[in-house]
Design a binder for this molecule. Sequence first.
Ligand SMILES: CCCCCCCCCCCCCCCC(=O)SCCNC(=O)CCNC(=O)[C@H](O)C(C)(C)COP(=O)(O)OP(=O)(O)OC[C@H]1O[C@@H](n2cnc3c(N)ncnc32)[C@H](O)[C@@H]1OP(=O)(O)O
Length: 665
Amino acid sequence: MDAFPKQVALLEKSCANTMNMMKASVSSFFIKITAWFLTKYLSKFLRSVQVCRGQMMMVKEASKRNVPMIYLPLHRSHLDYILVTLILWHYDIRAPFVAAGDNMNIPFFNLLMRWLGGFFIRRRLDSNRNKKDIVYRALLHEYMTKLLSEGEGLEFFIEGGRTRTGKSMIPKGGLLSVVVEAFNENEISDAYIVPVTFSYEKIIDGNYCQEQMGLPKIKETFMGAVKAIFKVFFNTYGSVRVDFAQPFSLKEFITHAKTLPYHPITLPTPPGRHSLDYGASYPNFSSTLLSTNGEAENTRLLVKALADRVVYTSDHCTAPMATHLIAFLLLTKYREGVYMRELTKSVHWIIRELQALRADVGFCGQSEDVILYAQELLGKHLVSKKWLEEDNDMKLYPNLTLPSVFELSYYANAVSTYFALESVLAVSILINGNLSLFHLLTSTTGVEKKVLREKVLEVAEEICTIIHNEFIFLPPCENLNSVLSILLESFVSKEILSTEESAMGDELAFAGKDRRWADRLALSLDVDEEENEGSYVADQYYQVNTERSDIRERLHFLVCILGPTLEAHSMVAKFALEELEAEQPEEDFMKSLGDYAREKVKAGLALFSESCAMIGLKSAVKSLQDLEILYSYDGANLRMLGLSEQQDSRTTLEHYTNLLETALS
Ligand SMILES: CCCCCCCCCCCCCCCC(=O)SCCNC(=O)CCNC(=O)[C@H](O)C(C)(C)COP(=O)(O)OP(=O)(O)OC[C@H]1O[C@@H](n2cnc3c(N)ncnc32)[C@H](O)[C@@H]1OP(=O)(O)O
């Protein structure tokens, strides 16, 4: 070190600058003034902020235990972090330090944010993709660890930004890994993890339609922020509901996780690798891996499991608001429009369905009033209404044109998450039963309506793998196959399916068994003879009750929930097959993919106009990269994309296209 005093001095100076840019300087006096101001003026643009007292009491109780509180909200709006600190202040709970992306480091506002607990971090840790910025990483790590060891609370948005689709995004592990490491290195004895979620009746900070149309994101600027604040103060945004999930101990989570296997549908990318290994068998956290690399990989899985658990929990305690439900029903059941009478009944029905899934809704009142209120908040540009004299009823029509449909689907997606797995099963049933959306709208006489249980589960798992970036389908440590099996049983109790033992006769059943045995052999699973004999059971067939119109309607509804996502994936697979003869810059590929998808929608060749949303297309490309069907690498100045040669990518893409198109034909 002494040999390079100049370099050391320079490095020290640069570190001091970075720290000054990063650190917060919280002022409880300023928090008090801001809280007073907000309590007075929030009602200018919000009808109400709904918070559950019971939840806050639990958080307060946990906050008294002398361990750091880690608030992990899903990110929906810039109002999120304001509300969290404000609510905590109201319940006399210490304000956390909040990680803010450096894009928010806007003159004047950055000062206020620092006083209110904001500390600034880079959105990407490494400014150069190919080189780790170890100094910056160490500084951030040190700063956060110091805060934690002093018992300060932290808040960060693990999705890494606001969702553009209304669905939660796959969480990032960077900041969370610092908390886990602080615990592993005994810097803290424990921490309470608090998932937080928001339901906004109306989107506050813009509808993201620009981005969904493939136009670049608008940069945050001082003037932009001032304009946005003025706009907000002169509009109305209905109510907001904030849910704080039950705080859980990090220590207990880690101890518990060590005893359970974790089978993620997605794996975090291990160091030094650029994509995911789906063929790999996942280690239990408990397995003692001697190499440091193994340990690091185990920690990665642990952090991934924790992040997934947080998002899954938040997703499942997000209460849909009136606007979400109406948008959801219009896009999944009534794309052609619906009479008020019918929609009223459907609102009752969907609330019952949600209750059965133990989900709460964030509104009450007569259904008709709720619908009219939601329509007004959504606005005429999204849902229009017309009084029809001849029918003596009002009809509501969703706007399915671009880009309005993206905004409508943003609202609807708050509900989609609850039905995602059911929808996957419904799609699989359609594929296996040689049915299509078209069949469900018409009579199905003469169409094969029997499905093999095992095949339904197999295809459902395949669909989950294809669209793994769209939802956290299940909590970590639960097994996808088991969850799907239980759900399939519920299809029987709902009479969508009826059981039929060996309906196809012994011959086919034995053929099925032979194939299964061969599959197992190929997978080199360790099946001992006894187990093999025990599993000599006839294949289970189900009859799909499509002769009943209510069942057809239900299947249609379920398939329409994932319809746009599947259509987007199918478009991407088809386009990649056509366009990626040779590798090309990812940016060019994405641009022409967006143009292709929008053209398809405009020409009326897509079933769901929202399927051409840019974020959905990007997510589908990312899935193909994760699955190693597409490869990407950083060239000189460009990121290149190509069709992987490692496996038979073309065949896989063709298979995906066929699979997805079958259900949507
Ligand atoms: C009363 C009224 C009051 C009002 C009161 C107002 C409060 C006033 C506050 C203002 C507040 C504004 C708030 C704005 C809201 C945002 O600005 S949201 C955006 C900023 N926040 C975030 O992004 C938080 C979540 N993001 C992360 O955690 C990301 O990981 C980071 C840290 C940003 C880095 O992202 P990245 O560079 O894309 O890299 P990523 O893949 O995540 O991995 C980075 C490293 O993390 C580690 N890592 C990642 N995953 C894992 C894993 N699973 N296991 C272990 N390690 C992992 C690894 O070291 C990894 O490096 P490699 O080993 O892979 O090279």
